[in-house]
Design a protein around this ligand. Sequence first.
Ligand code: FES
Ligand code: FES
Length: 173
Amino acid sequence: MPVHIDISFRLNGVTRQLSVAPETSALGMLRDAIGLTGTKYGCGEGECGACTILVDGVTVNACLMFAADCDGRDVMTVEGVTATPRGEALRGAFVAHGAVQCGFCTPGLMMQAWHLLGRDPQADEAAIRRGIEGNLCRCTGYKKIIEAIAAAGERARKGGQTPVDKSTEASDG
Ligand code: FES
Ligand code: FES
């Protein structure tokens, strides 16, 4: 009988309990076992950032993390992030600035941008470029993505919706 590991963790603010195979990645668990397909499988090797999630407030490539290592952690995916005011601002800005073409990179970029603006709401172009340097986009040339992230930061600042996070990102937005 195959070995499985029982895990319990918070996913987008809700406690989940699952039994996972030791070799299952966090990405596989999220997409296949839980059905949250917003997190994308790009390279499967930690190179593209399409699978970016937040674990205890830190961005992680879900393709390189074992599902079992989610035990006891606080995990956020793009589904959870876009339900927050900062995530909504980002989604609107990506659309308004034409930063989505095929859209495959978009969830991972929004995760990085949400994390970045949480720490640095005034992120300038250089900071945004650094923030998304691990996320590949084959379509846009990045300019529109950077403009969208800057616009989301500005909008959130004006609306007072993006405080600098003092603790974990998972409870803010
Ligand atoms: Fe994880 Fe590319 S799918 S980094
Ligand atoms: Fe297609 Fe970025 S929009 S990879």
